[in-house]
Ligand binder design. Structure first.
Ligand code: FE2
Ligand code: FE2
Length: 273
């Protein structure tokens, strides 16, 4: 029997916050984070997911404690996955026991239920998905597929991770910072075509993009810091306008999303900084 209700999520990524450098690239990143928080609160979500790069360069316990004190979303569950600029070993003390590392599983791969929907969080902070995680994911999805065959689940699976496994939409990131074993993850997911439909939400590329391949729809969310030019082979800032993505999943598993960007009047002028 399927018991799902509508679930509303807000996807935020790549905050790149720092306690010392508060305006990297001239961007007031804390103000942009507060814009994202206010925008998310107004959308009344069930769930807020932040997919990594909370830290500008390198995470610290002090920084994460400061972020944790600001991560207040009344009525919503908040989930985090680490990015390549984060230090996952500091997550538990700042963000709670959910992020405690197991010595036998030193990564923050997690499965969480929200509104009857299973959310899979994958830890790609090392630039790849570990062998153990791929094996675990394969067996978890095999049981999910069996539940779909028995009519107990509808086949919509939500995945949240920092790196996009499907590249091809930002030359600089594809060349320099791709998910190293993205193809392996994609072929694992494609192996469940016909039973499971994956909606995969990621950040890291600092680019608004949506693409579809086989049974995978991948959504890349804009950063709340800077957006990178997709065509330039080198590092080039395309925009300093923050963005986030609203994700609505209805009871039948249909997913609709909308990217929301900062309105010009909420942007700080250089004189403000
Ligand atoms: Fe980033
Ligand atoms: Fe990143």
């Amino acid at each position: 029997m399927i018991h799902n209700r509508n679930v509303r999520c807000v996807h935020i990524s790549d905050l790149h916050l720092d306690l010392v450098n508060r305006t990297p690239q001239g961007v007031p990143v804390w103000d942009h984070f507060f814009w994202a928080r206010k925008t998310a609160r107004n959308l009344n979500p069930d769930l807020v997911v932040i997919t990594g790069d909370l830290a500008l360069d390198q995470g610290s316990e002090e920084l994460y404690r400061e972020i944790a004190s600001e991560l207040v979303f009344p009525g919503a569950q908040v989930l985090l996955v680490p990015g390549n600029h984060d230090k996952r070993e500091y997550f538990a003390t700042a963000f709670g026991r959910r992020y405690t590392l197991d010595p036998h599983w030193p990564r923050l791969d997690r499965v969480v239920e929200t509104g009857g929907r299973t959310m899979i969080l994958l830890d790609s902070a090392d630039g790849e998905i570990s062998r153990e995680t791929l094996a675990w994911l394969d067996s978890f999805l095999t049981s999910t597929a069996s539940a779909v065959r028995r009519g107990e689940q509808d086949g919509t699976v939500l995945l949240w991770m920092h790196h996009p496994p499907l590249g091809g939409f930002n030359r600089f990131m594809d060349t320099n910072y791709p998910l190293r074993n993205g193809r392996e993850l994609v072929s694992l997911l494609e192996g469940f075509a016909g039973l499971l439909r994956f909606h995969l939400f990621c950040g890291h590329y600092h680019t608004d993009d949506q693409r579809h391949q086989e049974n995978i729809t991948q959504y890349s969310v804009p950063s709340t810091w800077i957006q990178l030019d997709p065509e330039t082979p080198g590092f080039a800032v395309a925009s300093r306008v923050a963005g986030l993505r609203l994700v609505d999943i209805d009871s039948s598993g249909t997913v609709e999303t909308l990217v929301i960007e900062q309105a010009p009047e909420t942007l700080s002028s250089p004189a403000d900084s």
